[in-house]
Design a protein around this ligand. Structure first.
Ligand code: AP5
Ligand code: ZN
Length: 220
C-alpha cells in the first residue's frame, strides 16, 4: 500500500499515520520529522532549513524532492509507504508523477482552521519517535512523558499561535490546490491515479481511525 495523507497543519496526519502504518506494516515518511531530525543533528540540511521551518514557511521543492526520492529508494519502502506532509506543492506532486511513483490512495483529513489553533497549542511530541499527544484530547499515560520510552515530551517551535496562523495561510495557498489536483487526476485517468478519499477529521481519534481504515480497507 502506498498512500498520501493530505491535510492542514494539525489535521491529525501524524496521529492517524501511526495507526495506519502499524496496521498495514509500512514505514511512515514524514518530511517534517525528517527535517526536524536534521535540525537536531545540526547537519548541513538542518542548518539550511531551520529558519524557514520555525517561521512556518515551506522548504524548497528541490530539497524536499531529493530527500523523498532518496528515502523511498530504501529497502523498507519496497512494499509500500505512507507520505505524511508530502507532497505539499504541485511541483512536489508532479515530481512523483514524473518519477513514475505509483500511489494507491490519497486520504484527505479535513479540519476547519478554527479547530487547528487549539489543537496545536496543546500538542506535545516525543521528538525521537515523532509520537504525538495532546494535553486534553490525547493524553499520555503520565503527564509530560512518552508512553513507550518514558522520555520527556516537548512543544514544537512552530506551534506558537502566530506561526500556526502563517502555516495555515501557506497551507491554503500552496497545499490545498492538491485536493483538486488529485480529484481531477482520479476522474481523468482512474487506472493510473490514486483513489481519493475524504474523512472528516473532527471527533475522537479512534472514530477517525475507524473511518480511515474503512475507507482504505474497502478499496485496498
Ligand atoms: P510537518 O511536520 O509536516 O507539519 P504540518 O503539516 O504542519 O502538520 P503537523 O505535524 O503540525 O500536524 P498533523 O496533521 O501531523 O497533526 P497531529 O497528528 O500532530 O511540517 C513542518 C514544517 O516542515 C513545515 O511547516 C515546513 O516548513 C516543513 N516541511 C515539511 N514537509 C514539507 C514539504 N513536503 N515541503 C516543504 N516544506 C515541508 O495532531 C495535532 C494535534 O492534535 C496533536 O496534539 C494531536 O494529539 C491532536 N489531535 C489529533 N487528532 C485529534 C482529534 N481527532 N481531536 C482532537 N485532537 C486531535
Ligand atoms: Zn505531523
Amino acid at each position: 500500500m502506498r498512500l498520501i495523507l493530505l491535510g492542514a497543519p494539525g489535521a491529525g496526519k501524524g496521529t492517524q499515520a501511526q495507526f495506519i502504518c502499524e496496521q498495514y506494516k509500512i514505514p511512515q515518511i514524514s518530511t517534517g520529522d525528517m527535517l526536524r531530525a536534521a535540525i537536531k543533528d545540526e547537519s548541513e540540511l538542518g542548518l539550511k532549513v531551520q529558519g524557514i521551518m520555525n517561521s512556518g514557511g515551506l522548504v524548497s521543492d528541490e530539497i524536499i524532492i531529493d530527500l523523498v526520492k532518496e528515502r523511498i529508494a530504501q529497502p523498507d519502502c519496497e512494499h509500500g509507504f505512507l507520505f505524511d506532509g508530502f507532497p505539499r506543492t504541485i511541483p512536489q506532486a508532479d515530481a512523483m508523477k514524473d518519477a513514475g511513483v505509483k500511489l494507491d490512495h490519497v486520504l484527505e483529513i479535513a479540519v476547519a482552521d478554527d479547530e487547528i489553533v487549539g489543537r496545536l497549542a496543546g500538542r506535545r511530541v516525543h521528538p525521537a519517535s515523532g509520537r504525538t499527544y495532546h494535553i486534553e484530547h490525547n493524553q499520555p499515560q503520565e503527564p509530560g512523558k512518552d508512553d513507550v520510552t518514558g522520555e520527556a515530551l516537548i512543544q514544537r517551535e512552530d506551534d506558537q499561535e502566530s506561526t500556526v496562523r502563517n502555516r495555515l495561510a501557506v497551507y491554503h495557498d500552496q497545499t490545498a490546490p492538491l485536493v483538486d489536483y488529485y480529484q481531477q487526476w482520479a476522474k481523468d485517468d482512474p487506472a493510473a491515479a490514486p483513489q481519493y478519499h475524504r474523512v472528516e477529521g473532527v471527533g475522537s481519534v479512534t472514530d477517525i481511525t475507524r473511518q480511515v481504515t474503512d475507507a482504505l480497507g474497502k478499496q485496498a
